[in-house]
Ligand binder design. Structure first.
Ligand SMILES: *[C@@H]1O[C@H](CO)[C@@H](O)[C@H](O)[C@H]1NC(C)=O
Ligand SMILES: *[C@@H]1O[C@H](CO)[C@@H](O)[C@H](O)[C@H]1NC(C)=O
Length: 346
């Protein structure tokens, strides 16, 4: 190739220009990249910030996968303090005849479907409140009115369940509470259960609605009895047992129809398991009993002494494991879950 036209010479020189341009581009690119790295080192001088920066990079690379990641990450909430800062001690209770369910609902906007949990900390226990019920709407209203704010001041995660006995057969508080335990566990694996009469309103929020290492009896005194324990060994009105404690005693007996005996039966079950009953101090375990006449359909159970005599022999077979019932409806209302059941008749 002895001859080369001027055109050819230009092309040959052009080749060097292209090479030079490419090398300059590579250099420029390296310079820009290292500049970025230096910048990110300046911003993220600590390990945490480096992690955050890494997240930021991932965001830039694939925002559609990174974004949901951020939404699902729960904001870390600490456990609520051992004693809530919201407690008020003894409060004056009111029982206004003009009170309406709507009023109680608007006072408790944070409660939905009977449930509440603190927003700024994680509750120390999750508690199901079980209230056996039939035609005591007025008492229930007063109780809800006081109990919701009371439980919220204690910073608990809780749901209130009303166990409504359908039909007109004699009332059976104990069996309704067994049903409540079984039904509430379908919603959530509650740590603690409070078995609560509808006509007892707690007066002091230092009476904690949580469970202990031993079964707990919360009603030491009520205004109707001069705030004295009704009798030694009394275990009625309001009691607290963990999920395991209640299972261990096989729950309540299902055989107490009418008023009385079922709470003593539960005490015998607890004692047979070598558990001991604990109580809060007298000055806080105080209740107001809302006045009422004995209900028809809840007459005194004359058979209760005979039944109590056979408890040690029958408790294994009569209780949670033999509780048969038919759930008629489960209504999730703003302030409580209404579980209506057919529990049969004596
Ligand atoms: C207890 O207090 C309630 C509510 O104030 C009242 O209706 C009831 O009569 C009181 N009982 C006694 C025995 O004082
Ligand atoms: C519970 O639901 C039943 C059936 O709908 C109803 O008759 C009863 O009044 C309800 N009880 C309460 C306390 O809401």
């Amino acid at each position: 190739m002895g001859f080369c036209s001027p055109v050819c010479k230009v092309l040959r020189r052009g080749k060097y220009f292209v090479l030079l341009f490419l090398s300059l581009s590579v250099l420029a690119w390296i310079a820009a990249f290292s500049g970025e790295t230096v910048k990110s080192f300046q911003v993220s001088s600590t390990t945490t910030e480096t992690l955050v920066k890494g997240d930021g990079l991932r965001d830039k690379l694939s925002p559609w996968t990174a974004a949901p990641d951020h939404l699902n990450t729960p904001t870390p909430k600490g456990e609520c303090p051992p004693e809530s800062p919201l407690l008020q001690g003894a409060v004056k209770l009111s029982f206004e005849p003009s009170l309406k369910l709507k009023d109680v609902e608007s006072e408790n906007k944070e409660v939905a479907k009977g449930k509440y949990e603190p927003t700024d900390c994680t509750a120390r226990q999750s508690v199901a409140i079980l209230i056996p019920h039939r035609s005591r709407e007025r008492h229930l209203l007063y109780l809800l009115h006081h109990l919701h704010p009371f439980l919220q001041r204690q910073q608990l995660h809780y749901t209130i369940y009303i166990i409504q006995q359908a039909g007109v057969a004699t009332f059976n508080r104990a069996k309704l509470l067994n049903v409540g335990y079984l039904e509430a566990l379908k919603d959530y694996n509650w740590d603690c259960f409070i078995f609560h009469d509808v006509d007892l309103v707690p007066e002091n929020d230092h009476n904690f609605y949580v469970c202990d290492k031993q079964p707990k009896h919360l009603v030491v005194g009520r205004n109707a009895t001069g705030y004295k324990l009704r009798y030694k060994g009394y275990f009625g009105g309001v009691t607290a047992m963990t999920r395991e404690q209640f299972l261990q005693v096989n729950g309540f007996s299902n055989t107490y129809w009418g008023w009385g005996g079922e709470d003593d039966d539960l005490r015998i079950r607890v004692e047979l398991q070598k558990m001991t009953i604990v109580r809060p101090p007298t000055d806080v375990a105080r209740y107001t009993m809302v006045f009422h006449k004995r209900d028809s359909g809840n007459e005194i159970n004359k058979d209760r002494m005979r039944l109590l005599g056979r408890t040690p022999k029958v408790w294994r077979k009569d209780g949670l494991n033999s509780c048969s019932y038919k759930t008629l409806s489960v209504e999730r209302l703003p302030l409580y879950v209404n579980v209506t059941v057919d529990i049969g008749k004596p």
